[in-house]
Design a protein around this ligand. Sequence first.
Ligand code: UT7
Length: 329
Amino acid sequence: MSKRVAIVGTGSYLPEKILSNFDLEKIVDTSDEWIYTRTGIRERRVARPDENTSDLAREASLKALEMAGMRQEQIELIVMATITPDTHCPAGANWLQAKLNCPRAVTFDVTAACTGFIFALSVAEQYLKNGTFKNALVVASEVMTRTLDYTDRSSCILWGDGAGAAVVVPTDEDNGVLSIHIHTDGLNGQNLLMPGGGSMTTPISHESVDKKLHYLRMIEANRSFKVAVNHFADACLEAVHYNGYSIADVDYIVPHQANARIIQAMAKKLGVSMDRVVMTIERYGNISSATVPIALDVAVRDGRIQKGSLVLLTAFGGGLTWGSALIRW
Ligand code: UT7
């Protein structure tokens, strides 16, 4: 048994193609002003037609491996968070294993929507701490734009594509992942829903496609807004209190990027100034599970997060799912 796990490399990948709010103005009845004021989003990225979720994940993973000074062949475990895998069978992580060429690795997916990266990290943490594997690649990757109904202005403006990854190893040092807390509420989990593609609607029929059941739907998004603020704040406090810290001890909060106003409300509730919150939503939008590792990688690479920094990851999303990870970098 090792004491804890540490992240020794991070990476992210965003497709080149930009879809701006002005581009969306030409597709649906919306405006840059409405989208930016209500969400904080100016633009998002869109994967090329020949780029799938595993391709985005591969690029992010290669960068994380490079930072960690590791080769693909060494990887023993890949846990991939995604709600948009290349296929439901085989798992997205298996496509990634083939494309990344990691023959030794055991690979599988975790489905926890926007909290997926924190859930996947918690799975890897268990295997590494109990000694089953010596290292893990935790990756979150999404091609959200292929799940969207571009006639539904209330949801198509929110989402984008991208991937983030982390190389995780066991450690007996004091630095590393201090705690992970994860939560679900399936009783109230249908507000972010992709009704088609599962056993409820298969075989896929003309009727299910005509009813647009294969698209992502947001129901009572307003209600989700309020629930998100509370769960975000609770998850942050749970993490710091569990470790005997206060929120003032945290150097950077790296939250899921669903809506800038949700994050601002969370920061206000916690009494944290926004310069201690890592934001990527303006340029990348909501990329479900991938927003947290992308924002983490951005802050590691631009030097905000340094050795010794106390970093708090937190997320909220469909399912319902929410959680936090406190990390001494
Ligand atoms: O990643 C985790 C899952 N994500 C969430 O849980 C998202 C949480 N919710 C939100 O972020 C916000 O609720 C939204 C950004 C989705 C919506 O913002 P809102 O301030 O809650 O707006 P609303 O849904 O209350 O809509 C206000 C108005 C409506 O018009 P009426 O009924 O007041 O006339 C909408 O029809 O804005 C209209 N509207 C739009 N107008 C222009 C909705 N979407 C658009 C649009 N452009 N794209």
